[in-house]
Design a protein around this ligand. Structure first.
Ligand code: SF4
Ligand code: SF4
Length: 569
């Protein structure tokens, strides 16, 4: 029999496809929000993800028109099997590359058969979908596109930025400067190109990025235990696509007569889909990667099209109804556990330091939509947005929060609302966004220089971008240690004007903890967290559409508290 070279055009094509989609996805995350051409293609990727569309629909009871594109993915899967996993998924490609770095066993390794543990991804899928049904949208923690976008944003790009900048600095310092020959003639243009045309934002750094790093390193390292461990055992999107690929038209044929039982096909199969066992190939596990057909030296294994109406001569993953129901119950139990924390119930007491981006929906609806992709964090030009750890409870893991000491919200920017693929942050027109209150600034009088130390300082007042300014100064007479009197300017916050943009906290001279800080009080998205009612002549802000009307508080009927213009002190 003619020995066939392990080179195969289909395998080569699959590798090209994986490389192209990984590069495209990475480029789109880099570009997102900074370019109108091509417009919001990254969102298209998310629209094609049926797991995100389904779970968002279950949790928020709404579906963006673009989400219908997910039907295309499902149709392609029903016809061709899990081609998304084998040919497109950028995280799958990262796992594929990591699997190939796994040290090869010496001698003849046993062919790997299907493990019952591979059913875990179906049970995780069931648990996540049941959670979504009850409004718990944790799918982004496990969705491969969210993982990739989040990890590129919070890990890969910042690391690359640091390498480029520090590398350029190192060359600048070490340059021997021999007459007109300078190394920096090469490195400086490259550095400027990377800064201005590739990364587009200043060096980013993310508070709360460490758990994201640990998670990513863990799932990549698991490829050393089993090839494509994540895709085989954990990925809920893989589970969903597996359910739709039980009877594909593209099927694996195993010719019993030609087969020499060498096991090469099974050893090279990253999915443990049993290509070596005639009649037992598992289409729901197969990534259609073509490795088995490429490796077979006897032409015994090949893919061919058949009518999807004909039952395939293939095996089937047995999902017991009882285990699936137990997984669903587990999802409900997990959600109940998450909601022990008041933060995630969206109820009082509201976490004072949990600041959401402008345009973020009311907390419960925000959590029902956010898929923790990190696109808003990537695009924020001031590095104001960071992945939450437990500030919003476990249910809010890796959702964005504003950390004003690191970055503030720019008046003229609406980028986070523009790039959010699920509408967790609404895309507001600029004039409307400018009116949104993220929170309210308050002075720490035990630190603020004019209050605590009798020293002049109006840095926050100078930085306030509003007109008229939300921070103003009043002359106050203070008594110094020697008993002498002195008039200094003390800053105050105008609660009617302050939008909580955070520039005051960011610019405060105290670098450890600012003497003026933003708290969530008065945030527009939560009518119950607005203790300071509008001052005289100021129309009350319209409550967000989905929020409950403001309760009749102690100053009900729009009566002013009289505290509108005063600082808390
Ligand atoms: S609107 Fe504010 S928080 Fe959102 S991206 Fe722009 S600067 Fe950042
Ligand atoms: S708010 Fe939107 S853009 Fe930001 S992490 Fe959530 S889904 Fe992604």
């Amino acid at each position: 029999m003619k020995a066939k070279s392990p080179r195969s055009p289909m395998r080569a094509l699959r590798r090209v496809s994986q490389g192209v989609f990984l590069a495209l996805f990475t480029w789109l995350v880099l570009e997102t929000g900074f370019s109108e051409s091509p417009p919001q293609l990254l969102e298209l990727f998310f629209d094609l993800d049926p797991l995100i569309s389904l779970s968002t629909w279950l949790s928020a009871r709404s579906l963006a028109a673009g989400s219908l594109l997910a039907l295309l993915t499902l149709a392609a899967t029903a016809l061709l099997g899990r081609v998304f996993c084998g040919w497109i998924c950028p995280l799958g490609t990262v796992h594929h590359i990591a699997s190939r770095l796994r040290p090869k066993k010496r001698g003849r390794a046993d062919a790997e058969g299907f493990s019952r543990w591979q059913r875990a991804k179906y049970f995780l899928l069931a648990a996540l979908l049941v959670m979504s049904l009850f409004g718990g949208h944790w799918v982004g923690v496990f969705d491969p596109l969210s993982i990739m976008c989040r990890s590129l944003t919070t890990l890969a790009f910042p690391a690359a930025q640091y390498l480029v900048a520090d590398g350029a600095n190192a060359v600048y310092d070490a340059d021997p400067r021999l007459g007109p020959l300078r190394l920096t003639l090469l490195t400086e243009p490259a550095y400027r190109f990377a800064r201005d045309d590739v990364f587009r934002v200043n060096r980013q750094t993310f508070a709360g990025g460490l758990p994201v790093l640990a998670f990513f390193v863990l799932i990549v390292a698991l490829n050393f235990v089993r090839p494509r461990f994540w895709c085989r055992y954990v990925c809920p999107l893989g589970g969903l696509l597996g359910l739709f690929s039980r009877r594909p038209a593209l099927r694996l044929k195993n010719d019993k007569d030609a087969c020499r039982n060498c096991g090469r096909c099974a050893k090279t199969c990253p999915a443990a889909a049993q290509p070596h066992e005639p009649g037992k190939w598992l289409p729901s596990e197969c990534f259609v990667c073509w490795n088995c057909a490429a490796e077979c030296r006897s032409d015994a294994v090949a893919f061919a099209l058949e009518s999807p109406l004909t039952p395939p001569a293939a095996g089937r993953v047995d999902l017991s109804r009882r285990a699936t129901m137990a997984a669903g119950v587990g999802g409900v139990a997990a959600l109940a556990g998450f909601r022990i924390a008041p933060e995630t119930r969206g109820e009082q007491p509201f976490p004072s330091t949990l600041l959401r981006p402008p345009g973020a929906r009311a907390e419960r609806e925000f959590l029902q939509r956010c898929i923790q992709c990190g696109a808003c964090m990537r695009v924020c030009p001031t590095n104001a947005l960071h992945p939450s750890a437990l500030e919003a409870g476990l249910e809010g893991l890796w959702t964005p929060r504003m950390v004003a000491k690191i970055g503030y919200c720019r008046q003229e920017c609406t980028l986070c609302g523009q790039v959010c693929p699920t509408g967790a942050i609404e895309h507001l027109p600029l004039e409307e966004k400018k009116k949104v209150k993220v929170g309210l600034a308050a002075f720490d009088v035990s630190r603020c220089l004019p209050y605590a130390y009798g020293r002049e300082c109006i840095v926050c007042e100078e930085h306030c971008p509003l007109s008229p300014k939300a921070i103003y100064v009043v002359p106050v007479e203070v008594t110094l240690r020697d008993g002498s009197k002195r008039v200094i300017k003390q800053p105050r916050v105008d609660a009617d004007l302050c939008t909580g943009c955070g520039i005051c906290e960011w610019s405060c001279l105290f670098q450890d903890q600012a003497a003026i800080r933003i708290y969530s009080a008065n945030e527009s998205r939560n009518a119950k967290n607005q203790p300071i009612l509008p001052g005289p002549g100021i129309p009350p802000a319209a409550p967000p559409a989905e929020a409950a009307p403001p309760p009749a508080g102690p100053y009900g009927g729009g009566e002013t508290t009289g505290a509108g213009n005063a600082s808390p002190y």
